[in-house]
Design a protein around this ligand. Structure first.
Ligand SMILES: Nc1ncnc2c1ncn2[C@@H]1O[C@H](COP(=O)(O)OP(=O)(O)OP(=O)(O)O)[C@@H](O)[C@H]1O
Length: 603
C-alpha cells in the first residue's frame, strides 16, 4: 500500500497527444521566442476560470502535503511499534494513515478532473478565437502560407497546449512542491543522512543531461522528417489523379519508403538512447537506497537516529527522485507547448483584413455603377501587376475582361471585391469609394460564379442556400429553376436532398456550374462576377448554362472573365488587358474597327 501511495501520479494523456516514440513525454523542445509574453497570454485564457483554478492549486498543495505525511507517519508508526508493541495508539496510527491515503487519492482525483475542465475550456476558447480570426484575415495571408501549415496550428499546436495544460502543468507544479517539501522534512530529521542521500543527485543530473543532449536533436529531427512525410502524403493524395495518369505510383511508393525509413532510423536511435534514462534513474535510485540503508543502519546502531527515520528516508529518497525524473520528462513537453501556443498567438496577432477600420458605411441599395480611376496595384513591393486602369461600368452593363494569360484580369476582380486594396487610384460603386464601405456590406451586393465552383459537404439545397442563408425552400427551388438546374436536380435519387461530398464529387462540371448560377441567383446581387469555364462542357449543358447565365445577368452589372467569342460578342463593353495595362475598351465592333490588339487576338 505504501508503494502505491508514493508512486507518482500520472495524469492520463489523451491518445492523440502521445508522441509515438517520445517515451516518457520526452518530446523535441521547439524553441519559444517570447516565454513570458506567451505564458501571460495563456494565463489570460486560464483566468476565465479563476475559481476552479484556485481549487486546483489548493488540491495540489494538499496532495503534496499528504504525499509527505504518508511516509512520515509510517516511520513514526514503526518507531512506536518497536517501543510499545501492538497497542491502541498504534491502531489509531494505522487508521490515521488510511485516512491520509484516502485523502491523497481524493485530492489528486479532484485536481485532475478540475484541471481537465479548465484546460478544455481554455483550448476551446483558443480554438474558437483562432478559427474566427482566420476568417477575418486578408486573402494574401492564405496565399503566403500552406493550408496544411495553418491547419496544424488549429489542430496539433492547440492539442499540444491542451495536453500540457491537462497534465504537465500541474505535474510540474506538484513536483516542485513535493521536492521542496521532501528536502525540508529530510533536513529536519537528519541533515547528515540528507546529505548522503543527495550524493546521487549530481550523478543523476549529469546523466540526464548527457542523454537528453543526444536525444533532443534526434527527436527534433524525427519530427521534422515526419512533418515532411505528412506534406508528401498530402501532396500525393491530392494529386492522385496526376500520379495515376502519369503512372508514377511505383516512384511515389519508392520515395515514401525512403522517407519512411529515415523516420524509422531517427526514431530508433532517439528511443534507444532515451531508453537508458529509466535504467540510469533506477540504478542511481538503488544506489541512494543502499547509501541510506547502509549509513542509516550505522547511525541507528550508534543511536543518533531511529529505525523509523531510516524507513522515512528510504521512502523519501524514492519520492524525491521521482519529481526530479518528472521535471526532466515534462520540461520538454512544456517547452514545446509554449512554442505551440506561440504559433497560435502568432496567427492571432496577424492583422485582420486591412482598411475596414475607416470603412463604417454600409450599402442598403446598390444600382451597380462601378468606376476605376487610375487604379494601380502590385502583389509585391516593387513591380506593377495593374497600371493606371480607368473605366466606368454603368448599371446593368456586361463587361468582358479579355487578354492573354497573366494580363491581370483576375487581379482586377480581386480589387473590385476588396480582397486587396489598390496601391494607388480609387474604385467607386455608385460614386462611393469602396474603401469606405464595410467589406461585408459590399460583398453582400456581389455574387461570384467561378470556374472552380466550390461545393461544401452537404445537400444540394444547403449548397444553393449558401447564396442567402435565410431563403425558403421555395426560393431555393425558384432560383434553381431560373438557373436551369432544377431538372437535373430532380433526376437525382434524393433530389434537393442529395448529399454532396466536399468539392462536389459525384456531379459533373456542368452541373456544378448550374448550381453556382442558382446560388448566385438566390443571392440576387447588383454586381456579378463570372469566370467563364474554359473546360469543354457538352453542348446541351452548355446551352442550359448560357440560358441560366443570361437570366442571371439581366439587370445586373456583370464582369465576365471571358474565354468564348460569343460571350465577348454580346458584352456591352470589352476591356482588353495586356501586361497589367488597359490597352483598349469598347464594343466588339468598335474594337474590330480600331484594328488594334483586340482585333489581332480575334484574328
Ligand atoms: N497572389 C499573387 N502573388 C503574386 N503575384 C501574383 C499573385 N496572383 C497573380 N499574380 C501575378 O499577377 C499577374 C496577373 O495575374 P492574374 O491572375 O490577374 O492574370 P489573369 O489575366 O487572370 O491570367 P489567367 O487568364 O491566366 O487567369 C501574373 O503575372 C501573376 O503571376
Amino acid at each position: 500500500m505504501l508503494k502505491a501511495f508514493t508512486e507518482p501520479f500520472r495524469y492520463p494523456r489523451p491518445a492523440s497527444a502521445q508522441q509515438p516514440g517520445a517515451r516518457g513525454g520526452r518530446k523535441p523542445a521547439a524553441k519559444a521566442k517570447n516565454w513570458s509574453g506567451t505564458l501571460q497570454r495563456v494565463w489570460h485564457y486560464l483566468a476565465r476560470r479563476k475559481f476552479k483554478l484556485a481549487l486546483v492549486l489548493l488540491m495540489v498543495l494538499l496532495s503534496s502535503g499528504l504525499a509527505l505525511l504518508g511516509p512520515y507517519l509510517v516511520g513514526v508508526a514503526i518507531d512506536h511499534y518497536l517501543e510499545g508493541g501492538l497497542n491502541r495508539t498504534w491502531i489509531w496510527f494505522l487508521a490515521g494513515l488510511a485516512v491520509v491515503y484516502a485523502l491523497y487519492s481524493l485530492t489528486v482525483w479532484l485536481q485532475n478532473i478540475w484541471m481537465i475542465e479548465v484546460a478544455q475550456e481554455t483550448v476551446y476558447r483558443m480554438r474558437l478565437d483562432l478559427f474566427a480570426h482566420l476568417h477575418r484575415l486578408p486573402i494574401p495571408f492564405f496565399g503566403k502560407r500552406q493550408q496544411g501549415e495553418i491547419m496544424s496550428r488549429l489542430t496539433n499546436d492547440i492539442e499540444n497546449v491542451s495536453s500540457t495544460l491537462n497534465s504537465s502543468a500541474i505535474q510540474i507544479f506538484s513536483s516542485v512542491l513535493t521536492l521542496a517539501g521532501t528536502v525540508i522534512v529530510m533536513l529536519s530529521l537528519s541533515p547528515v543522512l540528507t546529505l548522503l542521500t543527495f550524493t546521487v543527485v549530481p550523478l543523476m543530473a549529469l546523466g540526464m543531461r548527457w542523454i537528453t543532449r543526444r536525444t533532443g536533436p534526434l527527436f527534433k529531427e524525427r519530427q521534422r522528417r515526419l512533418g515532411e512525410l505528412n506534406g508528401f502524403i498530402e501532396e500525393t493524395l491530392s494529386g492522385q489523379r496526376i500520379v495515376k495518369a502519369f503512372s508514377q505510383e511505383q516512384r511515389v511508393i519508392g520515395e515514401f519508403s525512403t522517407r519512411n525509413d529515415s523516420i524509422r532510423l531517427a526514431g530508433f536511435w532517439a528511443q534507444t538512447i532515451s531508453g537508458f534514462i529509466p535504467k540510469l534513474m533506477n540504478g542511481l535510485n538503488n544506489l541512494s537506497f543502499a547509501i541510506v540503508a547502509g549509513f542509516g543502519g550505522i547511525l541507528a546502531i550508534r543511536g543518533s537516529i531511529t529505525v523509523g527515520v531510516i524507513i522515512i528516508f528510504v521512502e523519501y529518497a524514492r519520492q524525491f527522485t521521482r519529481p526530479l525524473n518528472d521535471l526532466a520528462n515534462q520540461w520538454n513537453t512544456l517547452l514545446s507547448a509554449i512554442a505551440g501556443a506561440e504559433r497560435v498567438f502568432e496567427v492571432l496577432d496577424e492583422n485582420e483584413e486591412a482598411g475596414d477600420e475607416g470603412a463604417s458605411a454600409s450599402l442598403d441599395r446598390l444600382e451597380g455603377e462601378v468606376c476605376f480611376r487610375n487604379v494601380s496595384f502590385s502583389y509585391e513591393e516593387d513591380g506593377n501587376t495593374l497600371t493606371e486602369i480607368t473605366f466606368t461600368a454603368h448599371p446593368g452593363e456586361t463587361i468582358a475582361l479579355v487578354g492573354p494569360t497573366g494580363a491581370g484580369k483576375t487581379t482586377l476582380i480581386q480589387l473590385l471585391s476588396r480582397f486587396y486594396n489598390p496601391s494607388s487610384g480609387i474604385i467607386t460603386m455608385d460614386g462611393r469609394d469602396i474603401t469606405t464601405i464595410r467589406r461585408e456590406s459590399l460583398r453582400s451586393h456581389m455574387a461570384f460564379v467561378l470556374q472552380d465552383t466550390f461545393l461544401f459537404a452537404g445537400t444540394i439545397r444547403e449548397n444553393i442556400r449558401y447564396g442567402r442563408l435565410n431563403a425558403t425552400d421555395e426560393e431555393v427551388e425558384t432560383a434553381a429553376k431560373l438557373a436551369n438546374a432544377h431538372s437535373f436536380i430532380m433526376r437525382l435519387p434524393d433530389g434537393y436532398d442529395k448529399k454532396l461530398e466536399t468539392g462536389g464529387s459525384g456531379i459533373s462540371q456542368g452541373q456544378k456550374q448550374l448550381l453556382a448560377i442558382a446560388r448566385a441567383m438566390l443571392a440576387d446581387p447588383a454586381i456579378l462576377i463570372l469566370d467563364e469555364a474554359t473546360s469543354s462542357i457538352d453542348t446541351v449543358t452548355e446551352v442550359k448554362i448560357q440560358e441560366g447565365l443570361n437570366r442571371l445577368m439581366k439587370g445586373r452589372t456583370s464582369f465576365v472573365i471571358a474565354h468564348r467569342l460569343n460571350t465577348i460578342h454580346r458584352a456591352d463593353r470589352i476591356l482588353v488587358l495586356k501586361d497589367g495595362r488597359l490597352l483598349e475598351q469598347g464594343s466588339h465592333e468598335e474594337l474590330l474597327t480600331k484594328d488594334g490588339f483586340y482585333a489581332s487576338l480575334v484574328k
